[in-house]
Design a binder for this molecule. Structure first.
Ligand SMILES: [Zn+2]
Length: 145
């Protein structure tokens, strides 16, 4: 896991130097690389990394890179990491535990992205959501490119 942490730290440092990059939301999760490193329980995996960076299996991201024919979600809105996290009605069901966790911790919904990494419990719930969503997407035959 150490190498994954090192690589996301490296990637974040790089992205923070290029905050104009469209679709980059890592900066909204963490105010600084120092803050990121101070959270030693925070172990991004294949799934959370996609939501934290905005770089992943999201159609607007894939579309910008010529990897998808359209940037829109099944629901018709532009599909980004934030759309999936907060808006998409297609994932209401799998989002429910995350939404409940955030609200029971005393935050509004939709929340600031930084709320998702405030503590280990919130991050774990984000992780569970990210995994469920991305595994579902990857197993859906209508989504094959
Ligand atoms: Zn949608």
């Amino acid at each position: 896991m150490l190498s994954i942490r090192k690589s996301i730290n490296k990637r974040m440092a790089k992205e923070m130097g290029h905050t104009s990059t469209k679709g980059c939301t890592t900066y909204e999760f963490f105010n600084s690389v120092k803050e990121r490193i101070s959270k030693d329980w925070l172990k991004p995996d294949h799934f959370t990394t996609q939501f934290l960076s905005g770089h992943g299996s999201f159609k607007s991201y894939l579309f910008e890179r010529g990897l998808s024919e359209d940037p829109d979600c099944k629901c018709g809105a532009e599909q980004s990491n934030k759309h999936i996290l907060f808006e998409c009605t297609e994932v209401d069901e799998i989002r429910r535990p995350l939404k409940q966790k955030v609200m029971s911790a005393g935050h509004a919904w939709p929340c600031e992205l930084s709320v998702m990494v405030l503590d280990e419990g919130l991050f774990r719930e984000l992780g569970a959501f990210a995994r469920k969503y991305l595994e579902k997407e990857q197993s859906d035959p209508t989504e094959q490119i």
